[in-house]
Design a protein around this ligand. Structure first.
Ligand code: 3PG
Length: 401
C-alpha cells in the first residue's frame, strides 16, 4: 500500500475491502476491534488525498437487503475513530453508492452498505460473481485488499474484484500474514496450541495440520466433549459431535505416535441447563471430574484443576496460538476457564497469538489489555485456514501486487 500511495492516490477513488463484520446486540456494536484494525489503512489513504470507498460484509444476510445487518452503525463508529464524517451509501452498487462516491472529494471516506445484500457477492457461480465485481469496479480506480478476516472466502469483493483494478494489499493484511508466517516457519519451541469453541468439526483441518507442527495441543470449549468421549468418558448432556468421535480417536492415536501431547480437561463446570445470557442469572454450576459427568449435566467450562493444568502447560512455552473460548465466557459463572488461558498466555514469555473473532472479543470483554498479547488476529476462519496451509482466495488475488 505504501508503494501505491507513493505513486500518488490524490483524487483517485480507492476501494478498500475491509472486514467490518463486528458483533451487534440490538444494533449496538459490542466489540469494535475489527473497525479499529481497519482504521490505519483507511486513514493513510485519506491523508494521501484519496477518495476512499470502504466496503465490507456484516453477518450472513441472504443476498438481499436486511435491516438487521445494515452497516449504518459501523459507519458512525468508523467516523468517530477516524475523527471525520463517513458518508454512508444506503446500497452497495446502486444509485446511492454511485452518487455518494461521485460527490466525495479528496480525503473523503464513503462506506457502502453490506456487500452481502447482493447475491453476486457470495455466489458460487463465477459469472454471477464476476458481474457483481464489475459493478463494484465501476465505483473505483484502485483496489486495496485489507479485510483479513474474509480472505478465506472466494467472494466477489475479495477474489474477483482485484483482478479488475490495479491493486495492493493493505497494512492489516500485511501484518496478519507476517505474524502467521512466524507460526509456520521457524517456530519457537515448545509450541503450544490452545483450541476451544463449540464445534470440533470447525477445527479438524487445523488439528490435522498442527499435529505435524505443535508440541502440545490443549483442548477446551464445547469441542472438548467429543475428545473426552473418544477417550471413553461419558459426557452427560454436553455438546457432542457423535459423528466425529472416530475421527478424533484417530488424532489421539496419531498424536501418540508423533510424540505430540494432547491435553484434555480433567474436570469441568457443569449444570442441568445452558445459562441465560441475557439476564446472566446465577447458574450455580457444579465441578465434576471428567470420569464422573452425571447423565443429566452438561459441561459449560473447564474446571479449576484443568485451569491449573493448562496454565502449567503454557508457562514454559515459547510460542502459543490460541483460538476459541474454553467455555460459555459470556456468562460470568463460566468465564474463568477462558480468563485462565488468557492469563496463562500473558504469564508466559511466549510469543502469543490470539486468533479468531470470538477469542479476540472474549479477551477484550473479560477486561484484558489487548496490547499485552503478541498479536490478536482479526481473522477467525481465515487464520485457521492459513495455518492449515490452504491457499486463501483473497491472498492469492493480491499475490502479484
Ligand atoms: C468472520 O467473522 O470470520 C469473517 O468476517 C468472515 O465471516 P463469514 O464466516 O460469515 O464469511
Amino acid at each position: 500500500i505504501d508503494e501505491l500511495i507513493g505513486e500518488g492516490v490524490a483524487g483517485k477513488r480507492v476501494f478498500v475491502r475491509a472486514d467490518l463484520n463486528v458483533p451487534l446486540d440490538a444494533g449496538a456494536i459490542t466489540d469494535d476491534g475489527r473497525i479499529r484494525a481497519a482504521v490505519p489503512t483507511i486513514r493513510k489513504l485519506s491523508e494521501g488525498g484519496a477518495r476512499v470507498v470502504v466496503a465490507s460484509h456484516l453477518g450472513r444476510p441472504k443476498g438481499a437487503p436486511d435491516p438487521q445487518f445494515s452497516l449504518a452503525p459501523v459507519a458512525k463508529r468508523l467516523g468517530e475513530l477516524l475523527g471525520k464524517d463517513v458518508a454512508f451509501a444506503s446500497d452497495t452498487v446502486g444509485d446511492s453508492a454511485r452518487s455518494t462516491v461521485e460527490a466525495s472529494s479528496g480525503g473523503g471516506v464513503t462506506l457502502l452498505e453490506n456487500l452481502r445484500f447482493n447475491a453476486g457477492e457470495t455466489s458460487k457461480d463465477d459469472a454471477e460473481r464476476g458481474a457483481f465485481a464489475g459493478e463494484l469496479a465501476a465505483l473505483a480506480d484502485l483496489y486495496v485488499g485489507d479485510g483479513f478476516g474474509a480472505v478465506h472466502r472466494k467472494h466477489a469483493s475479495v477474489y474477483d474484484l482485484p483482478a479488475r483494478l490495479p491493486h495492493a494489499a493493505g497494512g492489516l493484511i500485511a501484518t496478519e500474514v507476517g505474524v502467521l508466517k512466524k507460526l509456520t516457519e521457524d517456530v519457537g519451541r515448545p509450541y503450544a496450541v490452545v483450541l476451544g469453541g463449540a464445534k470440533v468439526s470447525d477445527k479438524l483441518g487445523v488439528i490435522d495440520h498442527l499435529l505435524e507442527k505443535a508440541d502440545r495441543i490443549l483442548i477446551g470449549g464445547g469441542m472438548a466433549y467429543t475428545f473426552l468421549k473418544a477417550q471413553g468418558h461419558e459426557v452427560g448432556s454436553s455438546l457432542l459431535q457423535e459423528d466425529q468421535v472416530s475421527v478424533v480417536q484417530g488424532y489421539l492415536e496419531r498424536a501418540e505416535k508423533l510424540g505430540v501431547e494432547f491435553v484434555l480437561p480433567v474436570d469441568v463446570l457443569a449444570a442441568e441447563s445452558f445459562p441465560d445470557l441475557k439476564t446472566k442469572a446465577p447458574a450455580k454450576p457444579q465441578t465434576v471430574a471428567v470420569d464422573a459427568i452425571p447423565a443429566e449435566l452438561m459441561g459449560l467450562d473447564i474446571g479449576p484443576r484443568t485451569r491449573e493444568l493448562y496454565a502449567s502447560k503454557l508457562a514454559d512455552a515459547a510460542t502459543v496460538f490460541w483460538n476459541g473460548p474454553m467455555g460459555v465466557f459470556e456468562h460470568p459463572d463460566y468465564a474463568e476457564g477462558t480468563s485462565a488461558v488468557a492469563r496463562g498466555l500473558l504469564d508466559s514469555d511466549a510469543f502469543t497469538v490470539v486468533g479468531g473473532g470470538d477469542s479476540a472479543a472474549a479477551v477484550r470483554l473479560l477486561g484484558f489489555d489487548e496490547n499485552a498479547f503478541g498479536h490478536i488476529s482479526t481473522g477467525g476462519g481465515a487464520s485457521l485456514e492459513y495455518l492449515e496451509g490452504k491457499t486463501l482466495p483473497g491472498l492469492a488475488a493480491l499475490e502479484d501486487s
